[in-house]
Design a binder for this molecule. Structure first.
Ligand code: PRP
Ligand code: ZN
Length: 298
């Protein structure tokens, strides 16, 4: 029976862990486990979550240990380049782009060290855990530099005298700041994605992949969405529709006892700011109400 449970790999401890679990919970998943355990058992879905190092996630999907993986585009691209270098094709498909885990792979120099564009990299030693992405970046600019490949703690390499500068992920920038490093150039922008095995799965599993993806779409859509209700004169309808942010077709409802006023209900797929409400009021709207949207299914 175990064969029919989906296996999804997520980062064990790092930037992606909390938002990854958050989106799964919003999709309705109940996991029984503690964060320290290696596997979480889905109580209400045939889905188990494996907690692993993010760098291992593409391989786990590549080798069919997991059906799905939630990982940063940075890790994925690095793996694609590594496989290409070895003459192999990537055996994972990117099926969703997620709206979290935004970060960038950047070059950073120790404070006080000058940097005048890419030419300053010539002949330098650059420490990184992303040697293939860095190599591509250097090649594209026709720069020869020494890539010092490390498996972690890249930010302390300059202080230890192992490198002149680093190429590492920057999210809030606090790691760089704590290590007196200055970000000077972006190598790649990244965000979280979902990958799956290209294998044909048994129909039971495939159906759950579909359901999970549909729920993820719904969760991502409602994040900013609001349900807005208001009253307005019919004559103001065109202007009001124009002002409603990201809503396609509002519902227009006649108001009992009024020929000239209507109620308008609409889902706005963008945040509704006070400024928008003020403009709507100016256009003739009254009785404005904005509600959060909890779930949406197209
Ligand atoms: C990255 C990177 C830095 C940190 C930067 O780690 O290696 O340690 O995030 O974030 P900050 O700018 O907010 O300080 P990640 O979570 O990807 O884990 P890993 O490098 O250990 O795999
Ligand atoms: Zn990592």
């Amino acid at each position: 029976m175990d064969e029919l449970r989906l296996k999804l790999a997520v980062q064990k401890s790092g930037r992606l862990t909390d938002p990854s679990l958050d989106i799964l919970f919003r999709c309705g998943l109940k996991l029984s486990r503690g964060k320290d355990q290696l596997m979480g058992y889905g109580e209400n879905m045939p889905l188990d979550v494996l907690f692993v190092r993010d760098d291992d996630i593409p391989d786990l999907v590549q080798e069919d240990v997991c059906d799905l993986g939630l990982v940063g585009l940075n890790v994925l691209e690095e793996k694609r380049l590594e496989l290409r270098e070895r003459g192999q094709a990537a055996r994972f498909q990117q099926i969703r782009t997620l709206d979290f885990g935004r970060c960038r792979l950047s070059l950073a120099v120790p404070e006080g060290v000058s940097f005048e564009g890419s030419s300053s990299l010539r002949g330098k030693r650059i420490a990184t855990t992303y040697p293939f992405l860095l190599q591509r970046y250097l090649r594209e600019r026709d720069i020869s530099a020494d890539i010092v490949t490390l498996s972690g703690a890249v930010e302390i390499a300059p202080r230890l005298g192992r490198a002149d500068l680093i190429c590492d992920l920057v999210s809030t920038g606090s790691t760089l700041q704590a290590n007196h490093l200055r970000e000077v150039e972006t190598v790649m922008e990244s965000h979280a994605v979902i990958i799956r095995t290209p294998l044909t799965l048994p129909p039971e599993k495939d159906e759950w992949v579909e359901r999970l993806m549909m729920r993820i779409d719904g969760v991502q859509q409602v994040k900013e969405s609001k349900y807005i209700m208001l009253h307005a004169p019919r004559s103001a309808l065109p202007e009001i529709r124009r002002l409603l942010p990201g809503s396609e077709s509002p519902t227009i409802i006649p108001l009992e006892g009024s020929t000239e006023k209507v109620a308008i209900h609409a889902v706005c797929r963008e945040n509704v700011f006070w400024e928008t409400l003020e403009s709507l009021k100016k256009a003739g709207a009254s009785a404005l109400l904005v509600l959060p949207v909890e779930k949406m299914l197209a």
